[in-house]
Design a protein around this ligand. Structure first.
Ligand code: PGA
Length: 240
């Protein structure tokens, strides 16, 4: 059985006080808890608990002002990197081909890529959800074996308080698992599929009970221990 993973995406939020506060979180043995703070906080956070970055460049070094490479992230002690978040796809025009190149770089540096996929509301309303997700997956997935986490994050559910119903999440996660089996064979069983978008303490148990949901990528509710702890507890309860 896959271990549940609860990942907190702080986005462009947080400070040294929040890094310290999260060190006090209960981390059950049965659940993997990952904190993804902004890059300047990675090293201090990694001294206390497992961390991931929020993006990396596809190159290991070079003339790319403002960018951060996967080996630099690994050197902070981080173990993972979020790639292709919809905010990066929207704000920075990131394509799935770029996400794929970044995922290769992440693996080469020993990091687990957490590749984000998701449809917009217009795409869902047009009945295009699985086509969009399938195309993003095909173009974003690096070739070959290696560590991999996929996060299904409907764009319309991020930061909005709107969450797809259980059947909608189950449909996409089932589809993703089937596609991964076609591409990776039995290795597909090791890939954790996270749901992300307005996950809170109040809805986490219901989400973790959905087949093929192996955890959550949490934004707003990962910004205080009080909001994050119940989500971790719900993941632990789902393992019992
Ligand atoms: P949210 O963000 O939990 O605030 O909706 C999730 C995400 O963007 O990863």
């Amino acid at each position: 059985m896959r271990r549940k993973l609860v990942a907190g995406n702080w986005k462009m939020n947080g400070d040294a006080a929040l890094v310290a506060a999260m060190a006090e979180l209960a981390r059950p043995e049965t659940v993997d808890v990952l904190i993804c703070p902004p890059a300047p906080l990675l090293a201090s956070a990694a001294a206390h608990y497992p961390t991931g970055a929020q993006d990396c460049h596809a190159a290991a070094s070079g003339a790319h002002t403002g960018d951060i490479s996967a080996p630099m992230i690994a050197a902070t002690g981080a173990s993972a990197v979020i790639l292709g978040h919809s905010e990066r796809r929207a704000d920075h025009g990131e394509t799935s081909a770029e996400v794929c190149a970044k995922a290769k770089a992440a693996r080469a540096a020993g990091l687990t890529p957490i590749i984000c996929l998701g449809e917009t509301l217009n795409e869902r309303d047009a009945g295009e959800t699985l086509a969009v997700i399938g195309a993003q997956l095909a173009a974003s997935l690096p070739d070959g074996a290696g560590p991999l986490v996929i996060a299904y994050e409907p764009v319309w559910a991020i930061g909005t308080g709107r969450v797809p119903d259980a059947a909608q999440i189950a449909e996409v996660h089932g589809f993703l698992r089937a596609r991964l089996r076609e591409q990776l064979g039995t290795d597909a069983e090791t890939v954790r599929l996270l749901y992300g978008g307005s996950v809170k303490g109040g809805n986490a148990a219901e989400i973790f009970a959905i087949p093929d949901v192996d955890g959550a990528l949490v934004g707003g509710a990962s910004l205080t221990p009080e909001d994050f702890a119940p989500i971790i507890a719900a993941a632990a309860a789902a393992c019992d």
